[in-house]
Design a binder for this molecule. Structure first.
Ligand code: GLA
Length: 736
C-alpha cells in the first residue's frame, strides 16, 4: 500500500474511525489517561484539571494499566510556571514560555494559541497495528489539532503526526507546525546525532545535552541530509551501549527541510519537538483545509541500541521500505568503470561481463543522454532525456535486448529533478527552474533544481520515468539521483512563495506516488550524490538507497555500521569498487553486508580475483536471505576496538553469517580476544566455518568443531584476524 503523508486532503476522520474503541481510564476527578502502549513500553498521556493533555510517562510498560494515573504524583519537581512543560503539543502565545510545537496567527490577527483535550479514539488496524487519534481544540477559536499515534505493537515503534484544521472567518497563518512533541524524564540526556558531507555521510557525534535548546535541522531544500540527516538517538540517564541502557531512536519521515529541537527545561526534563523546518515557511491555512504534517518515527529501548535497531529494521521491512520482505538484484554498475566515456560496443562488452561475473543486472549510469549538449561530463545535458545518438545510435531498447541476449537484466540511471543550464530543457523552459529572478544563479555540481511545485514540471519528471518504461517494458531497475541542493528558493509560478519548500516536497511525493501507482514494484535505488536523501518518507517508494559515493571498504565498515542502526541491510546498496587499498576479498566481504553490487572493470581482474568474485556471488546467494531478512547483531565495534564484527542470524536462530574485519594496520594488530556472539539459542549447537576464501588460500579455522550457543555467547569465537587475514566471513550453522 502506498501512503502520502503530506497532504491537505486526507480521508475525513469519520471514515477513518468507523471502527473505534475507547481506551481511556477516568480517575482523579475525571482526569483522562491515554496509554499509548507497545509490546514493552508505554507512552502515557493524561489531562489535568483544566483539560490540558500532558505526557506523564514514557518507559517500560506497567503490568496494571490502572496504575498509570498515579505516575504523576510520584514527581516532586520544581514548580512548572507554565503548567504545560509536558504538553503533548505545546501551543504558543498563551501560558507557554518555552519552545512551542505550534505557533499561529489567527484570522483576526491574534497570535495566541491554546489547546485542550476534546476526545480520543482508537482504531485497530490489524493484529499488530493500531491508530490512536486525539482531538485538541483551542477554547477561544474554531481551531483544532488532531494528534495521531500509529502503534506497531510487536516492534515497539510509534509513528506520530498531526493534522491542523480550522474554520475561522479567514486564513490562519501557521508559523510552526510540528509533527510531534515528546517529553522525557531522566537525570541526564545524551544525544547521538549525525553529520556529514559528500563522501563523509553518517558521522556520529555524542554529547550530553545541557539546559536550553539543541537544534538538528536542514535548510538545504532537497538532498536535505547532505550535512545532517534527521535520524538521532537520545540515551536517558547514561549513554546507552549496544546492549544496555534506555535509548530513544527517532527521525522525521521527510525528505525536505526538517527541524528537531531538543530542549532540556528548567525542571530537567527533555522536550523533543520535531517537524518540517518552519524556516522561510509560514503556511497560510485556508478555512477547512487540513494540514497534515510528516511522520515523526520513534522507538524506545530499555535494553540498549541493538534492540532499538532491530525493532526499526523489522518495522521498516514489514511496513515501510518498498518491497521490504522481497528480494533484490545483484548488479554490475559502469559508473566508476567508464564514467561518461562509453559507447554501444563498450557497453556490449560490459553486458557480457555482467553475465561472466554472475550478477543479475547491468546498471547503466550517467552519460547516456542529451544531443545538443551531450552529457559527456557533469557540465551539460541534464534534463535532455533522449539517448545520445553518438554513444547509443540504436537507443536504450537495443541495450535492453542485448542484456536479454546475455540473460541479464538492464537498469538505468536518471536524475529527473535536475537540469544543467547548458541543456535544451533550460533553454525551452527557463521558468521551470528554481531561481531568484533578480539574483545570480548558483550551481551545485553545475546544475539547478527543477521547480516541482509546478504541476507541469511534475508531469515532466513523471514522464521521464514513464517514457523509459513505456519504450522499454523490460527495464528492470532505476537509479534515481539527486545531486543538487536548492539555492535561491523561488518558483516562477507559485502564488505564495512562503509555501515553496513545502510544495516542493508535495510535488516530489506526488510524482513518486504516480510512479508507484503505475510501476508498483520495479526496484529503484535512492541515490543523492551518495546518501544525501535517505529517510523513511522516500524509502516507501524505493527498494534501496546508496549510502555514499565513498566506497572505500574501510570507511564503509564505519558508515554501514551507523546506517544499520536505522535501516535494514536489505536497503543498503553496497558496491565493490576500486576505492581503498584493500584486496578484492576485503572489498567484496564489506559489500556483501547489504545488497551486493560491483562497479569495477571486470576485464581488468586477474584470474584469481575474478574467480573469487564469481565464487563470492555464489556464496552470497546462500546467505543473502539471512543478511536481508535476519536479525542483525553488532558484536565488536570498530570505533572502540581493532575488530569490526557483525552477525546476521535467521529467525529460527539456526543459520547465520558473521563478517569480521581488522580495522587497524598497526604492527601486531589482531583479534587477540574472542568475539562474543549474540542472538544465538544457548541450547543449540553450532558449527562455524569460514566462507569466501580467496582462491589458493586455506582457512586457519577448523570447520568441524561444534560449539553450544551458550559457549559462543559467553566465551566467544575468535575469527583469527591478523595482518595477513584482515577480512573473515564465517557461516554459522545449527548442528547436532
Ligand atoms: C552521483 C552518484 C554516483 C553517480 C554519479 C553520476 O554522484 O552518487 O553514484 O551516479 O552521480 O553522475
Amino acid at each position: 500500500m502506498l501512503k502520502i503523508r503530506l497532504s491537505t486532503n486526507l480521508l475525513p476522520l469519520c471514515l477513518l474511525f468507523s471502527l473505534t474503541v475507547f481506551t481511556s481510564t477516568r480517575s482523579e476527578a475525571q482526569s483522562i489517561v491515554i496509554p499509548v502502549e507497545t509490546q514493552h513500553n508505554a507512552l502515557v498521556l493524561q489531562t489535568d484539571s483544566s483539560k490540558y493533555l500532558g505526557t506523564v510517562y514514557f518507559g517500560k510498560k506497567l503490568s496494571k494499566s490502572s496504575e498509570y494515573a498515579q505516575v504523576k504524583n510520584q514527581s516532586k519537581q520544581t514548580v512548572d510556571y507554565t503548567g504545560m512543560l509536558n504538553s503533548v503539543y505545546t501551543p504558543s502565545g498563551s501560558r507557554n514560555l518555552l519552545e512551542p510545537a505550534l505557533t499561529v496567527t489567527h484570522s483576526d490577527g491574534n497570535n495566541s494559541a491554546d489547546l485542550t483535550y476534546v476526545s480520543h479514539e482508537v482504531k485497530k488496524i490489524d493484529g499488530n497495528v493500531s491508530l490512536i487519534s486525539i482531538l485538541l481544540k483551542d477554547p477561544a477559536y474554531n481551531f483544532n489539532v488532531t494528534l495521531f499515534y500509529k502503534i506497531y505493537y510487536k516492534e515497539d515503534v510509534i509513528e506520530q503526526w498531526s493534522s491542523i484544521k480550522h474554520n475561522e472567518k479567514g486564513n490562519v497563518t501557521l508559523h510552526k507546525y510540528a509533527s510531534a512533541n515528546l517529553h522525557l524524564t531522566g537525570s541526564a540526556y545524551y544525544l547521538n546525532q549525525y553529520h556529514g558531507d559528500w563522501v563523509k555521510e553518517m558521522q556520529p557525534e555524542e554529547s550530553k545535552l545541557t539546559h536550553g535548546i539543541k537544534t538538528l535541522d536542514s535548510k538545504l531544500g532537497t538532498r536535505a541530509n547532505l550535512f545532517q540527516p534527521s535520524v538521532f538517538m537520545v540515551s536517558v540517564n547514561k549513554p546507552a551501549t549496544e546492549d544496555e541502557g534506555t535509548v530513544l531512536f527517532a527521525s522525521l519521515e521527510y525528505s525536505g527541510n526538517f527541524r528537531t529541537d531538543l530542549e532540556v527545561d528548567y525542571q530537567d526534563n527533555l522536550r523533543i519537538i520535531s517537524g518540517i523546518n518552519n524556516y522561510a515557511s509560514p503556511y497560510t491555512l485556508k478555512p477547512n483545509e487540513e494540514f497534515v504534517t510528516p511522520i515523526f518515527l520513534y522507538t524506545l529501548s530499555t535494553q540498549g541500541k541493538g534492540v532499538a535497531s532491530r525493532n526499526l529494521q523489522n518495522w521498516a521491512r514489514n511496513y515501510k521500505l518498498l518491497d521490504g520482505k522481497g528480494t533484490r538484484l545483484t548488479l554490475l554498475n559502469n559508473w566508476e568503470a567508464t564514467y561518461f566515456d562509453f559507447n554501444e560496443s563498450k557497453l556490449a562488452g560490459l553486458l557480457k561481463d555482467t553475465k561472466k561475473l554472475g550478477v543479475d543486472l547491468f546498471l547503466l549510469d550517467d552519460g547516456w543522454f542529451a544531443n545538443k549538449y551531450p552529457r559527456n561530463g557533469d557540465v551539460a545535458g541534464l534534463g535532455d532525456w533522449e539517448e545520445n545518438k553518438q554513444k547509443l545510435p540504436n537507443g536504450i531498447s537495443s541495450l535492453v535486448k542485448e542484456a536479454q541476449n546475455n540473460n541479464v537484466k538492464f537498469g538505468i540511471w536518471i536524475e529527473p529533478e535536475m537540469v544543467n543550464p547548458k541543456s535544451m530543457l533550460y533553454e525551452k523552459h527557463p521558468d521551470w527552474v528554481i531561481k531568484q529572478p533578480k539574483r545570480d544563479e548558483h550551481y551545485f555540481r553545475n546544475q539547478l533544481v527543477l521547480d516541482l511545485t509546478n504541476p507541469k514540471v511534475q508531469d515532466f519528471v513523471f514522464g521521464v520515468v514513464d517514457d523509459l518504461f513505456t519504450k522499454n517494458p523490460a527495464l528492470a531497475y532505476i537509479k534515481w539521483d539527486c545531486n543538487s541542493v536548492i539555492f535561491n528558493a523561488h518558483s516562477a509560478t507559485l502564488k505564495n512563495q512562503n509555501h515553496f519548500y513545502i510544495e516542493y516536497m508535495r510535488g516530489l511525493y506526488n510524482v513518486l506516488e504516480r510512479i508507484r501507482a503505475k510501476y508498483p514494484k520495479v526496484p529503484m535505488m535512492l541515490c543523492s550524490g551518495g546518501g544525501g536523501r535517505v529517510d523513511y518518507a522516500a524509502l516507501q517508494y524505493f527498494t534501496e538507497f546508496w549510502p555514499s559515493d565513498n566506497t572505500d571498504p574501510l570507511e564503509r565498515i564505519f558508515m554501514q555500521w551507523e546506517y544499520s542502526y536505522f535501516y535494514p541491510a536489505i536497503a543498503s546498496a553496497n558496491h565493490v569498487t576500486d576505492w581503498g587499498k584493500q584486496p578484492i576479498k576485503f572489498r567484496t566481504d564489506v559489500a556483501m553486508m547489504g545488497k551486493l553490487g560491483f562497479d569495477i572493470v571486470v576485464n581488468d581482474l586477474v584470474a584469481n580475483d575474478l574467480k573469487f568474485c564469481q565464487d563470492a556471488i555464489k556464496n552470497y546467494d546462500t546467505v543473502k536471505s539471512i543478511i536481508w531478512q535476519g536479525d542483525q547483531y553488532r558484536l565488536s565495534d570498530p570505533r572502540s576496538s581493532n575488530v569490526a564484527s557483525m552477525l546476521y542470524i535467521n529467525e529460527q536462530k539456526s543459520s547465520g553469517v558473521i563478517f569480521n574485519y581488522l580495522v587497524s594496520s598497526r604492527y601486531g594488530a589482531n583479534s587477540n580476544l574472542p568475539v562474543l556472539l549474540k542472538g544465538l539459542d544457548p541450547a543449540k549447537n553450532y558449527k562455524i566455518q569460514e566462507i569466501n576464501l580467496y582462491p589458493g588460500t586455506t582457512s586457519t579455522i577448523k570447520g568441524d568443531q561444534i560449539f553450544s550457543g551458550d559457549f559462543l555467547m559467553k566465551v566467544g569465537f575468535n575469527p583469527d584476524l591478523n595482518l595477513a587475514r584482515t577480512s573473515v566471513v564465517l557461516k554459522v550453522e545449527e548442528s547436532n
